[in-house]
Design a protein around this ligand. Structure first.
Ligand code: 4NP
Length: 155
């Protein structure tokens, strides 16, 4: 059975599209692409239909990641059933997802990306949207590290 993983942030234009690309790349590197379905979504609807933030795309590109996803809103009536793991970027995302959960089974699917960190001690992947360039680099550093931890856990 495929493992179905959904990464979730607020806008689905910075952090979760990057998480999707980084994790897909690591899964491909491990030769495990057929075993996974990997997607991302946002809790907010402001950017629905838009490509990833240009700054995020540029920083990701420098590390070899193409951010191709188009923003969509998390849909509790579909996504809680379809995905095995719903992985949030910060505590606000977790809170929003928990409020949307329909039952205990939905609740149990929700986790936070930094729970899988290996090297970093951050408790969240901080929102880079209103900050400087270094915020986008930090997002990628945290995601590369936590993706490794996630993949090790799932292998
Ligand atoms: P993301 O970043 O949640 O990582 O996609 C954000 C993108 C847009 C906004 C906030 C965060 N916004 O307020 O429009």
């Amino acid at each position: 059975m495929k493992k179905r993983i959904l990464f979730v942030c607020l806008g689905n234009i910075c952090r979760s599209p990057s998480a999707e690309a980084v994790f897909k790349a690591q899964v491909a590197q491990a030769g495990l692409s057929p075993d996974f379905e990997i997607d991302s979504a946002g809790t907010g609807a402001w950017h629905v239909g838009k490509p990833a933030d240009r700054r995020m795309q540029q920083h990701a590109r420098k590390r070899g990641y193409d951010l191709t996803s188009i923003a969509r809103k998390f849909d509790p009536s579909v996504d809680f059933d379809h995905f095995d793991m719903i992985i949030a970027m910060d505590d606000e995302n977790v809170r929003d997802l928990k409020q949307l959960a329909r039952n205990e089974q939905d609740q149990l699917k929700i986790s936070k990306m930094t729970d899988f960190s290996k090297l970093y001690n951050y408790k969240i992947v901080p929102d880079p949207y209103y900050g400087g360039e270094e915020g986008f680099e930090l997002v990628l550093d945290l995601l590369e590290d936590a993706s490794e931890g996630l993949l090790e856990k799932l292998k």
